[in-house]
Design a protein around this ligand. Sequence first.
Ligand code: HGY
Ligand code: MN
Ligand code: MN
Length: 413
Amino acid sequence: MVIEEITGRIARDLEHLKQFTATPGNGCTRLPFTKEARQAVDYLKELMKDSGLEVSEDAAGNVIGVLKGEDPDAPCVMMGSHYDSVYNGGDYDGIAGVICAIEVARLLKEEGITPKRNFVAVGFCDEEGTRFGTGYFGSGAMLGHRDVEYTKKFSDKDGVSIYDAMKEYGLDPEKVGEAAWEEGKIGSFLEAHIEQGPVLDAENTEIGLVDCIVGIQRYMVTVNGRADHAGTTPMDMRKDAVDAATKVISKIADWAREKADGTVATVGYINTVPGGMNIVAEKVEFTVDIRSRNNDNINDIAARIKKALEREVKEFNGSFEIVNKLTITPVELSEEMLDIMENGCKERGYTYKRMLSGAGHDALEIGQVLPTVMLFVPSKEGRSHCPVEFTKYSDFAKAAVIMQSLAKELLLK
Ligand code: HGY
Ligand code: MN
Ligand code: MN
């Protein structure tokens, strides 16, 4: 199969998937357990079936296609990514990695490879954590890291819990534990993904070989003040949650700038309640997303945020809550598999570089416990998590070819 034909197939599939968004014309919004997720999953199932895979959907909402090996009980080679998106995101984040996995299965079959072990293509649900503020729900469930209590603990902006959203979607959240694979059944995990950053595009490099993924901690902070009249309440009588919260928020970026190792910190969401312009806010909610290759940096910034909150709320005898929504440590990826992919790039004359991933991925969750590797393709001007996100289809074809050669080596061992 020549690269142009592979490019054509990938283009056909990704173009078709673009329509499954809740915000047509304004990027991809495909949140877990929604109509758009259902539409995308149904299409992925069709593609997997047409590619001769054994198709299923698990108790967590992941979609799975199996290319049977001689010994189906041997630890499988799994490849995939997520089919959900952020609000108004791009058309390639996650979903392109799912299509690359299906393309690898197609290429293995067309080459007439009879694998010694199963090759499993997977589309994970809710990697982003956008709807419920968490992350890695599908891949976490597959590893047995998500239970019924977890599904009841987190809710979306409308107060719908993961538990209720799963029920509405047609899943039984009481059975989420059934999505877990028995220990030893997954031998390795491969993920192709857009870089979502500027490095490859700026350096005109075709392939990123990811050797490390940053750790992440995510928090939802609520600062409690007192609702008052904005006009009649003297400044020294206020319990002003916005004043306190913004004094803390304004320091977070500088605390990250002081660090090295790709340390970043983001306040992506701020909300005042009740949100009237002539009301001193009763409370302020804001999120914090802290990442670094060095876990000590993440812990240090989280500790400084808590300390600053204590100091600021003490000023007006207020209070705050800080809920941890995600804690995951940095992961070093498989040198052995990176070397195989590096040889694949050399054989095909693709330019490549080893690099850090500042974005979390299902590979971050799975890499905590299993041999894992990631491959990046360039993002135009490094833009992602926005409608202008763009990657050439021919780049995905290169990713599929490199990953297929890696998968083949692992499947014939
Ligand atoms: O947020 C991330 O790093 C990824 O896009 N889920
Ligand atoms: Mn993303
Ligand atoms: Mn992603």
